[in-house]
Write a protein that binds this ligand. Structure first.
Ligand SMILES: C[S@@+](CC[C@H](N)C(=O)[O-])C[C@H]1O[C@@H](n2cnc3c(N)ncnc32)[C@H](O)[C@@H]1O
Length: 212
């Protein structure tokens, strides 16, 4: 699809959508892994539910999307909350993030496989990738109708093989299908995982199992 056509399609969808964006599960449930400060990117942000969560937690946030409607809505929400968030209308396929620019990158419901190496390169050492999107193995009709826009089984881990997985979930069609989290896969992964968290709580040690 040509980009002007894609932009029009998403502009129309976001015009119809009410309320601010909501964060993806991969970020909402794993926000405790975020650094206390740093630069974050919400790539193909839509209404920017992820960008808003990141900025509310004190990160300096860039949010990029092709849709001017989405970007304008996100800017207004960030202004209303006084958040450190810069939203930009940007074709991320033509202009991917530069190397070494971000401590955190979030990509939700946007699958451009050729961008994976650029995303890995764009993370700083110790940086975190949060990724979530639809899988080909699915129970519900939600998400893209074209199989190439959905992840094959295990593909998300393969795409970001240079990173170390921290959280990974993909249930596919296994087990009791009335339960669980279906239709999508999620990954939190870290680049060069030297310990990058905050100070340890009092009385805690990093390797308590190590005998002197
Ligand atoms: C399914 S929405 C996901 C939005 C958001 N990440 C979320 O999870 O709510 C896909 C988004 O990708 C954006 N998009 C599509 N192609 C793009 C491109 N080449 N560059 C930047 N954004 C793009 C669309 O405008 C749309 O907002």
């Amino acid at each position: 699809m040509e980009q002007p056509e894609t932009r029009r399609k998403w502009d129309d969808r976001w015009r119809e959508h009410q309320g601010p964006g909501q964060p993806a599960r991969v970020l909402a449930e794993n926000a405790h892994l975020l650094p206390a400060s740093g630069e974050a990117l919400d790539l193909a942000c839509g209404l920017g539910g992820n960008a808003l969560l990141l900025a509310r937690r004190g990160l300096r946030v860039r949010a990029w999307d092709l849709s001017g409607v989405a970007v304008e809505r996100l800017r207004a929400q960030a202004r209303a909350e006084g958040l450190p968030l810069e939203a930009e209308e940007r074709d991320v396929c033509a202009r991917p993030p530069p190397p070494g620019a971000f401590d955190v990158i979030v990509v939700a419901h946007f699958l451009e496989r050729h961008l994976a190496p650029a995303l890995v390169a764009a993370l700083r050492p110790g940086g975190l990738l949060y990724f979530e999107t639809y899988t080909q193995e699915a129970l519900s009709p939600s998400g893209p109708g074209r199989p190439e826009w959905r992840l094959a089984p295990g593909e998300l881990l393969e795409l970001f093989r240079p990173l170390r997985p921290v959280v990974y979930r993909e249930e596919g069609l296994m087990g009791d299908l009335r339960e669980g989290w279906r239709d999508k896969a999620l990954l939190v992964a870290v680049k060069d995982p030297a310990r990058r968290g905050g100070p340890l709580p009092e009385g805690w040690r990093e390797e308590p199992w190590r005998r002197a």
